[in-house]
Design a protein around this ligand. Structure first.
Ligand SMILES: Nc1ncnc2c1ncn2[C@@H]1O[C@H](COP(=O)(O)OP(=O)(O)OP(=O)(O)O)[C@@H](O)[C@H]1O
Ligand SMILES: CC(C)(CO)[C@@H](O)C(=O)[O-]
Ligand code: BAL
Length: 357
């Protein structure tokens, strides 16, 4: 057989990734990569993969020889009354998506390959004690304060302790050259960067932009819970950011003008919904709106045109009232509150062209 043909067959052969559940197996694979001088990019996820996750995996494949993905629903980042038990777990679908990407990458010599999917058990990740989600729970935890106590951390008091702890474990296990996080969870990227810096972890934190649905809603594994009625109103958070961009473009720099622009929009839409009959409306609560420094995430009293700000927020879509016959109320029948977060960079460029996804 001609050499060229042999090469082509080898190159285009679909690659299977290893599905790994234990730390020693993962370490063995990682050691092989190290000895072969192959760089590793790592994408930690909680599964229920969507285009946001896949974009991070693509980015990792562009920048590394090998890509490791973890799928682990980490109990310590869920508060005791949060949605740990109902968090979507969709391994069969995830596997199909990952294999499709792996096949695509295997046909392209200029990108890295999906080499391993790490799916540990909780016993594997928390070997010495069952993990606690109590605020004063005991265990080996990593805490990054005061960053972790504000915004998302104020609403979800154990959240960043759990995220930092599991990310420390995962980074110690995988020891990637680069680790990939999405801008959608912006505060998480700050917490992880701070942890990497303060604990001298030898990895580079890369942040991929927020991937959105065609109408602008940030993709999230939890969107499947919304259903038709709440999905139609879910864009209100991004719409409130657009109002802020408009007043910023018109010259407003003081916090109260920018903040009020977002709050006015949110309050208006909430009132409009409240006026509708129960069977038609989608009510929501405003959790927070933050206008913060792009480097420190500290709240700003004034935003300068040069530095801009990170505009972020969270709303809680309340359970669907009076579900109608045949109505799509989302996974779980619309019974649970769905918390949505989003953020954009507020600067003059984004203000001129509308939000930059
Ligand atoms: N829309 C998105 N665009 C880019 N990255 C995203 C997006 N959604 C999630 N990610 C990133 O994917 C990684 C794994 O996130 P995770 O598995 O929690 O998914 P998720 O959709 O954020 O879930 P949820 O919103 O329910 O918390 C995180 O770094 C997260 O920031
Ligand atoms: C980073 C992470 C995988 C840690 O569990 C999670 O917080 C997430 O998916 O964003
Ligand atoms: N994407 C962050 C994980 C969480 O909300 O629990």
């Amino acid at each position: 057989m001609p050499r060229q043909l042999i090469k082509r067959i080898i190159v285009t052969k679909p690659k299977r990734f290893a599905r790994i559940t234990t730390v020693p197996e993962l370490r063995q694979l990682r050691r092989k990569a190290l000895l072969a001088q192959r760089s590793v990019g790592f994408v930690p996820t909680m599964g229920a993969l969507h285009q946001g996750h896949l974009a991070l995996i693509r980015q990792a494949a562009k920048e590394n020889d090998q890509v490791y993905v973890s799928i682990y629903v980490n109990p310590t980042q869920f508060g005791v009354n949060e949605d740990l038990s109902s968090y979507p777990r969709t391994w069969p679908e995830d596997q199909v998506k990952l294999q499709a990407l792996a096949d695509e990458f295997s046909k392209n010599e200029s990108v890295g390959q999906i080499t391993a999917v790490f799916m540990p058990s909780t016993k594997e990740m928390y070997p010495s004690a069952p993990p606690s989600s109590e605020i004063d729970g005991q265990g080996s935890f990593v805490t990054i304060t005061p960053l972790s106590t504000r915004l998302e951390g104020a609403s979800r008091p154990v959240f960043f302790r759990g995220v930092a702890t599991v990310c420390m474990k995962l980074l110690n296990i995988v020891q990637p050259e680069r680790v990939y996080f999405g801008q959608k969870d912006i505060q998480q990227t700050f917490v992880v960067k701070r942890m990497v810096q303060d604990f001298h972890l030898g990895t580079v934190v890369r942040v991929g932009s927020t991937i959105r649905e065609p109408d602008g809603l940030a993709m999230s594994s939890r969107n499947v819970y919304l259903g038709e009625r709440r999905r139609a109103i879910a864009l209100v958070l991004l719409d409130s950011f657009k109002e802020v961009q408009q007043v910023f473009a018109r010259g407003a720099r003081k916090r109260r003008y920018l903040y009020n622009a977002a709050m006015d929009k949110l309050s208006l839409v909430r009132k409009q919904q409240e006026a509708l009959p129960k069977g038609k409306r989608a009510l929501f609560e405003i959790d927070y709106i933050s206008i913060a420094d792009p480097d420190t995430l500290e709240e700003l009293d004034e935003v300068t045109a040069e530095r801009g700000a990170i505009l972020s927020g969270a709303i809680k879509m309340l359970p669907v009232e009076d579900p109608q016959e045949g109505e799509d109320t989302g996974l779980g029948g619309g019974k649970s509150t769905v918390r949505l977060i989003d953020n954009i960079r507020l600067n003059l460029l984004s203000a001129k062209v509308g939000y930059i996804p």
